[in-house]
Design a protein around this ligand. Structure first.
Ligand code: ADP
Length: 366
């Protein structure tokens, strides 16, 4: 039997097919700008393999589970309706996931379909970490709280860090920095989240490719009232024209900003300096939330690949007993321990495996 994992984003669909027993990856692909019949095309591409090894379960990544979903859930019509009702909280992400689920259920009606939520990992954030210092009534209704995102990656990486180091999960303190186009950082103890940087939406926290991350809310009023920006213009700026792109004026892509900085572009250099400070400051805050760090994890496109960024972030973290080995940092590929020998916390580069986590969750209910 095999397990299929779908990850439908705002402009891509990724799929991964695993051999159910060994969880070995046997097929996978990312479709950019997927057509309406993307799921049918994917199933046609894997039909020969699946004929001899039928799909026993299908996992679907769903970004927002709101207050309804605190863990992965088998999808039925009621669940589908609830995911649809959360579209207002995740207008870019939940609709493509919904379309993929509907098409996949139609094509594979015999297999259980399981929704795996990016928010679910954070359902257990303690109240003093998820209630905003706003009027309490807003928390009660309509439910404004810190939901947290990238939970599939954070859950996978915090567990993988303990496994990689051969430590039992109990008492293990991990700070995971997921640095891709979107960026977030999470503190986890015993494999459970203690604090995270993203909030009610994925706009809060670290500086990102095109998103500002946390900014003074007063600036938003100033921009609307004094600079005459409309609500939609402001949203567009915060969501698509800020972050690395906004400061550098070059690109939202970390590699391109780095190349420009190396060529002497001052704004690109400034953007990178703000970016690394934003991550370093979050690591400090999350380390304090845990009372110390057993493993600092770098993951996703930037975290896994940019030795320079890791070096920059770790400059100043010696006070937390986190010491990077510069040679290991430059020469080792994920999954790897990049810390200097000695008694301090470990510094890991881990390849995030959201597909594997989704597939494991889909298998759990079998
Ligand atoms: P997403 O959040 O869309 O899944 P990724 O995790 O793929 O994104 O991360 C994309 C980011 O990773 C981009 O900013 C890209 O420049 C950066 N990146 C990818 N490869 C490298 C590399 N070799 N060195 C530095 N940055 C990289």
């Amino acid at each position: 039997m095999s397990v299929l994992a779908f990850n439908a984003g705002s402009s891509t669909i990724k799929y991964s097919l695993f051999a159910g027993g060994s969880m070995e990856l046997v097929a996978g692909e990312t479709l950019e700008d997927p057509p309406a019949n993307a799921v049918e095309k994917i199933l046609a591409a894997i039909s020969a393999r699946v004929a001899s090894d039928p799909v026993a379960a299908v996992g679907h990544r769903v970004v927002h589970g709101g207050r309804h979903f605190r863990e992965s859930v088998r999808i039925d019509d009621r669940v589908l309706g609830l995911i649809g009702s959360l579209t207002k909280l995740a207008p870019l992400h939940n609709p493509p996931a919904l379309r993929t689920i509907v098409a996949a259920r139609r094509a594979l009606p015999g297999a259980p379909h399981v929704a795996v939520f990016d928010t679910a990992f954070f359902a257990e954030l303690p109240p003093d970490r998820h209630v905003y210092p706003l009027p309490y009534e807003w928390y009660e209704n309509p439910g404004i709280r810190r939901y947290g995102f990238h939970g599939i990656s954070h859950a996978y990486c915090s567990a993988r860090a303990a496994e990689f180091l051969g430590r039992p999960p109990a008492g293990f303190r991990a700070v995971v920095c997921h640095l891709g186009n979107g960026c977030s950082a999470t503190a986890a103890l015993d494999g459970k989240p203690v604090a995270t940087t993203m909030g009610f939406t994925p706009m809060e926290g670290l500086m990102m490719g095109t998103r500002a991350g946390s900014v003074d809310a007063g600036i938003l009023f100033y921009a609307m009232e004094r600079m005459g920006l409309t609500r939609m213009e402001l949203f567009d700026i915060l969501q698509r024209k800020s972050g690395l792109l906004g400061v550098s004026g070059v690109s939202s892509d970390f590699r391109e900003v780095r190349a420009a900085a190396e060529a002497g572009n001052g704004r690109a250099r400034l953007a990178l300096a703000i970016y690394s400070h934003s991550v370093r400051a979050a690591v400090g805050s999350l380390a304090v939330a845990l009372g110390g760090v057993d493993a600092l994890v770098f993951t996703a496109g930037v975290g896994e690949n940019s030795a320079e960024l890791r070096e920059e972030v770790c400059r100043g973290l010696e006070c937390l007993s986190l010491r990077l080995d510069p040679v290991r940092n430059r020469s080792l590929r994920p999954d790897a321990d990049l810390a200097a020998d000695g008694p301090g916390g470990r510094i890991l580069a881990l390849r995030t495996r959201e597909d594997l986590h989704i597939a494991r969750e889909a298998m759990r209910g079998l």
